[in-house]
Design a protein around this ligand. Structure first.
Ligand code: SF4
Ligand code: SF4
Length: 375
């Protein structure tokens, strides 16, 4: 807990006050303590300050099991709905820790529009850049090493993407700093190998997204493990695409080999596998979203979730389309479109659902430390 909340115990929002009420009820009941990490972490506390509640909200994986198991769930007068309240609180934290903060409010209200406008703007910029030197170059067929750079020199592309990557690193680092300060955890916890290793294991297997062993709850009250599966497709697909970009950078700067590469080259193999993961995962998660019980969700923030999933899907879709059509006259426009979508995905990452992975991982690091200390 931080000193500010100790001096001023009044909660900063109605959602925090509701989360406090629910955690106080749950702390007396403790029926759900075997379902996930939230309840054991809650039991280590007697009172709940804002930072504690923000920590618990990000530790929650939204499986919904504690709503379906709760004898005090609506329509009971206690009106205990932990998943929905923690989902609202999580979304509040994405906004509260965003940097610069004004951007997050804008993105929360218009996430998908902003993402698409940013993607189309960069697409037009790249296409205009190519056509400004030679209008024919955009619709010509380019083959062989360096084909992509006949539209835009490699250094110009590098400036565009190094710039947005640095911006994302700064914005995400500021978010991490704000979250860590808010939950009152000392910086040295992030240097504890045991806590980091445990959190990596829990995050990479999505250990707490299993609803206590039966899977996530849906509208039909039949739990399934599909959300965990689609999360895995999305997460590992994203990592494979990052690996493909990193290997391609090494090819370019160390081996002196220019893109595009043959289908059997490592960047293409990694990118294709990652791309398939980023098609299957986001589509699956979107379909799952429609089947979830509305009582579990923060309906007001659905747009933010959808924007991120749509941008991940479009990144993969345009990337794979470019791979299959790279030796045709469509390559120029497809390259511009793919670069635009990737740029927009990067630019909007610090303000949307991408951050849930970062804050959840940090919450798992703290939980691993607490579990060790109190066991
Ligand atoms: S969610 Fe309901 S059943 Fe579970 S611990 Fe809280 S009050 Fe008890
Ligand atoms: S929704 Fe799932 S992860 Fe979240 S508190 Fe309830 S049981 Fe735990």
């Amino acid at each position: 807990m931080n000193i500010h909340t100790l001096l001023d115990p009044v909660h900063a929002s109605a959602t925090l006050a509701e989360a406090d009420r629910l955690m106080t009820v749950c702390n007396s009941c403790r029926y759900c303590e075997g379902l996930c990490a939230v309840f054991p972490a809650m039991e280590l506390r007697r009172s709940f300050f804002d930072g504690d509640l923000n920590y618990l909200a990000n530790l929650c994986h939204g499986c919904g099991a504690c709503l379906s198991d709760c004898q005090f769930a609506p329509p009971h007068e206690f009106n205990v709905n932990v998943p929905q309240t923690l989902a609202k609180l999580r979304a509040d934290t994405y906004q509260a820790y965003a940097w610069p903060r004004a951007f997050s409010g804008l993105f929360e209200r218009n996430g998908l529009y902003i993402s698409i406008i940013a993607a189309l703007s960069v697409t037009l910029f790249v296409a205009g850049f190519a056509a400004s030197n030679d209008p024919g170059v955009l619709f010509a067929t380019h083959t062989g090493p360096g084909a992509f750079y006949r539209l835009m020199p490699h250094n110009a592309m590098a400036v565009l993407f190094v710039g947005v990557t640095l911006y994302v690193i700064v914005a995400v680092s500021m978010g991490i700093r704000l979250f860590w300060t808010d939950i009152g955890e000392p910086g040295r916890t992030l240097r504890e190998p045991q806590s980091i290793w445990q959190a990596m294991k829990d995050a990479s297997t999505l250990r707490y997204l299993d609803g206590g062993g039966v899977g996530c709850m849906n509208k039909d009250e039949r739990p399934t493990d599909r959300r965990r599966l689609y999360h895995h497709f999305t997460f590992y697909g994203f990592l494979l695409c990052l690996a493909a970009t990193s290997v391609a950078t090494l090819y370019h700067y160390i081996a002196g080999r220019e893109a595009p590469y043959f289908w059997y080259d490592l960047p293409v193999v990694l990118g294709t596998l990652g791309g398939i993961g980023l098609l299957v995962g986001p589509v699956g998660l979107l379909l799952e979203k429609w089947q979830r019980d509305p009582q579990l969700l923060d309906q007001a923030r659905m747009g933010m979730d959808v924007a991120f999933l749509v941008m991940l899907f479009l990144t993969s879709f345009t990337g794979l389309l470019l791979l299959f059509c790279r030796q045709t006259p469509a390559m120029g426009l497809l390259l511009a479109l793919h670069l635009g979508v990737v740029f927009s995905l990067f630019l909007t990452m610090p303000y949307g659902k991408f951050m849930h992975g970062i804050y959840r991982f940090l919450a798992l690091v703290r939980y691993a430390k607490e579990k060790r200390e109190f066991s």
